[in-house]
Design a protein around this ligand. Sequence first.
Ligand code: TYD
Length: 138
Amino acid sequence: MNDEARIIQLPKFFDRRGNLSVIEENGALPFAIARTYWIYDVPGGEKRGGHAYRTNREFIVALSGSFEVLVDDGRERRSFRLSRSYYGLYVPAGTWREMSDFSTNAVAMVLASEPYDRADYIENYRQFRRYAHDQQSR
Ligand code: TYD
């Protein structure tokens, strides 16, 4: 599997009137966007995520503030701090991910490749490890 979690830079238009970044279909992302959601008003110390998806791929942007995203492909764990709105973290399918350490007023925008489907979630870490192992030994 060569599809790794990675930071993707977005176009940025710096302007003294304020900056602008953009995401469009067939642009910087390796998938077509089916859904957008955002996470906000996170109380200090709370965590979000803590699951993997079988099929869904995501791109996470800190539209405001900052937070940490831990990604685990079953072999390696990596942590990314997202803090600017002109780049984001691409998270491939089959990745355990957890979001934590949200700053005050942090807003996490998530672009997703699939419509919402609870059956696509793997919510148990041990089950995820088995799933990742099976996928990798294919
Ligand atoms: P969930 O993905 O479980 O959030 P987290 O893993 O960060 O805790 O979603 C929280 C709630 O929001 C859950 O009741 C399902 C609902 N939800 C939708 O209805 N549609 C969506 O696209 C998402 C992401 C969540």
